[in-house]
Design a protein around this ligand. Structure first.
Ligand code: ING
Length: 306
């Protein structure tokens, strides 16, 4: 399929006390809206099933593990997969994954339009910190609760469209986009939970954060001639504000759809995957233009060496 009607299904706040079943009900309502608008694919946020729990410092691993899913689909999410199959809509959403081996990942999955999982991604770039940080206005403990993803940045052929995923902070790193671009990706889907304020710099306003998010996604899309869908979990969770700003971006880097609220909100766009071809065959024809003999630092160095 080369033309997809894509829905960005932004979720508003999920409170610590909200059940997964209640959230899945909200996701299904968005899915029904998407079906009414003829969507073929719906993208949900990062950690879509629960509140953004890495804001809470926990020492008891049993408590931490209550925020994780041990299998997918599972009892809480099966109704979502069933409804998606009924509507023949592919879905992508993020959740906290606890593997049978006991490993913890910030994960997202992609299904085909029959509800089969065709792709999985585990967040590579984990922001934040491991120990309680007294200097911060609030905690961001992703490095405490998750391991860096071990699957890399893979792409998945979904009905003849090459799709890829990343998650939240990943969008800020050009390497994320380029590794998928080098596979010919045509659609990059990502969810995010981005605090509206900087826990280390109260002065940093919402406008700056929205700008940096949009800059990262539009640049990634343009520089790799791919469509991109970035979907927020937004709103105030137990007093902690998360920003909205969900967008659908075309292969020229233009925003073609954008949410206006910080609540559950669906925006859609008709995305012709063949619009990626011009960029991939001209200005970003990587085979013709890249000079890898000069790019060594990108993989040989982690930090800066003056
Ligand atoms: N959240 C934020 C994000 O990358 C962040 C963390 C915000 C890092 C702003 C740097 C600047 O959007 C997650 N969950 O990665």
């Amino acid at each position: 399929m080369r033309e997809w009607v894509i829905g960005a299904a932004q979720l508003g706040a999920i409170q610590k006390s909200d059940s997964r079943e209640a959230v899945v009900g909200r996701m299904i309502a968005l899915l029904d809206q998407a079906a009414a608008k003829g969507c073929d694919l719906v993208v949900y946020p990062e950690l879509a099933l629960t509140t953004f729990f890495p804001r809470w410092y926990m020492e008891d691993q049993a408590e931490v593990d209550t925020w994780f899913e041990r299998e997918m689909p599972n009892a809480a999410t099966q109704p979502l997969f069933d409804r998606a199959r009924e509507h023949e809509i592919a879905i992508s959403f993020g959740y906290a994954e606890l593997t049978p081996e006991g490993r913890h990942f910030n994960t997202s999955i992609l299904t085909d339009r029959q509800g089969h999982i065709v792709g999985k991604y585990r967040k590579v770039h984990l922001p934040g910190h491991v120990e309680y940080d007294t200097e911060r206005d609030f905690q961001h403990l992703e490095k405490r609760y998750f391991e860096p993803g071990d699957l890399g940045f893979e792409t998945f052929d979904n009905e003849d469209t090459l799709m890829g995923m990343c998650i939240c902070n990943d969008r800020r790193w050009p390497e994320t986009w380029r590794v998928m671009g080098l596979q010919g990706v045509e659609l990059v889907m990502l969810g995010y939970n981005t605090p509206s304020i900087n826990s280390q710099n109260r002065g940093e306003g919402l406008e700056k954060r929205l700008y940096h998010s949009e800059l990262s996604v539009t640049a990634g899309a343009y520089q790799n001639a791919t469509w991109a869908v970035a979907v927020a979990k937004a709103g105030v969770e137990d007093g902690f504000p998360l920003m909205g700003g969900s967008i659908i971006v075309d292969p020229d880097g233009f925003v073609v759809a954008r949410t206006e609220t910080e609540s559950d909100e669906l925006v859609t766009a008709t995305c012709d995957m063949d619009r990626c071809q011009f960029g991939k065959q001209t200005i970003f024809d990587f085979a013709r233009h890249r000079r890898v003999e000069h790019y060594g630092r990108i993989t040989s160095q982690t930090g800066v060496k003056r």
